[in-house]
Design a protein around this ligand. Sequence first.
Ligand code: GAP
Length: 460
Amino acid sequence: MISNNQQKNLSEIISLCKRRGFIFQSCEIYGGLSGFWDLGPLGSLMKNNLRKLWLKKFTRQTDNVFLIEGTIIMHKRVWEASGHIENFTDPLMECKKCNTRFRADHLMNGKFVGQGKAKEKGQCVNCGSKEFTEPRMFNLMFKTFVGPVENDASIAYLRPETAQSMFTNFQNVVNSMRAKLPFGIAQAGKCFRNEITTGDFIFRSREFEIAEIEFFVKPGEDEKWFDFWLEKWEKFFLEIGIKKENLRRYEHPKESLAHYSKRTVDLEYNFPFGWSELAGVANRTDYDLRRHNAFSGKDLMYFDEKENRKYFPYVIEPTMGLERVLMTLIIDAFEEIEGGRTKTTQPTKEKEYLLKLNKNIAPIKVAILPLVKNNEEIVKKSRDVFDMLKCDFYCQYDDAGSIGRRYRRQDEIGTPYCITIDFDTLKDDTVTVRDRDTMEQERIKIKELPDFFKEQFEDI
Ligand code: GAP
C-alpha cells in the first residue's frame, strides 16, 4: 500500500518552498550549482528555531553537555587519524558512452529508474547505455590549500562531519570545564561532502549543517548509554512534530557499519521517495580518541579519579543534518486541501496548502491583519499591535487582499496564529485571534496578547 506520505507530491512541496521563501537553489541566476541550496527568509528562521530547540534540549537542559564551535577547515592529519582519507569513500561508476558519473550502489539499486532515459536498473539516465566502467572508490572530502602555495604540505580539508573537533578538543574541554564522565560535547555547524550524486531536493546536498553530540562514557557502560540516547533522540523528532507512523528505526547490519562504529541505528523517515535516513545514533567506541592519541602523540586518555586509572572513554553519537530535518518537517506538515478550508473562506477552485508545523518551529508566529487598509484608526491600531508583539515574536504584517486570501497565505507558511483588527477593536480594544489548525476564532483584549502568546510558544 502506498502510504499517505508517499502520495505527497514532492514537486509541489519544492515549488511551495521556493514561492514562499523557504529554500532557493544556490546561484540560480547562473544556472545553479548542483547539490547547493540557499535558505530563504522563512527557511532561515525555521532552521534557526530547530537549532535553538536542539540547543535548549541537549545543552541547556541536559547536564554535562558542553557546546563548542570548531573550524570548518581542519588539518590533513585529523582526517588521516579519523580514517576519512582512507575510508570516507563511495563507489563511483562512469557511463562509457557519455561519461556521466553515478554512485554505483544507487545505479544498481534502481534509484534512477524513471528519470531521464533510465527505464531499468543499471541504465544511464543521460543516454540509456548500460555500459559502465568498473566501480572505483571516490573520496567525498573537499580539498583545499592553506596559504599562498598549493602543494602537498598545504593541503587541508573541509570537514565532512563536525565530530572530529570534539575529539581533538577532548582534553581542552575536560581541563577547562572540569568535565567528569559521563559528559558530552555538542556542536552544530556546516559540513561539506562532495557527493557523487545529489538529489531528492535538499535530501542529499554537498553543503549542509550537522548538529551532533559526542557523549563520552566509561567503557562497558556504552551499550546502556546507547539505548538511553536512542530513546531520547527519537523522542526529540516526535516532539518537534514528526508523525510517529512516519518514523522508524533501522539497525545497520555489521557489514554496513562505518569504519568507526560498533553499532549504528538510523532513524528513518517515510519520504515521498521511500524510507530513508533522517538521523542516527552510533557507538563510535574509543576509535577516534585512540587514533588521535596515536597520530598526534598527545595524551587523550581520561583520568578516572574514583578508580585512580586512565582509559579511553567510549563515545555515543546522536547526529542529524539540520536541512534534512527541515525538509522532513515541511513534508510531514504539508497538506493539500481540495476545494479549500471552507469554514471561514469561500470555497475556491485554487489548490490550498496548509503547513501544520510545530508551533515552535514555525518561522512566523503571528500575522497581523488589519481588516481594511483605508481606515486610519484601524491601521494605527494594527501597527501598534505589530510593534508590541514583534518584541517577542516573529510577526508578519499583511494588509493585501481579502481576509480569506490572507489567512490562506499564512496557512501556507504554517503561521500558527492570525490576528484581525476590525471595527469592534476600535470600540472595545479586542482583536480576533484565529488558530491555524482548528480555524477557531476568539476575541482577546490587546493588552492580554503578549501573555496569551507566551503561553502558546516555548521559550527557545
Ligand atoms: N558524525 C556522524 C555523521 O556525520 P552521517 O550519518 O554521515 O553521520 C549525519 O551524517 C547526518 O547528516 C545524517 O543523519 C543526515 O541527516 C545528514 N546528512 C548526511 N549526508 C548528507 C547530505 N549529503 N546532505 C544532507 N544531509 C546529510
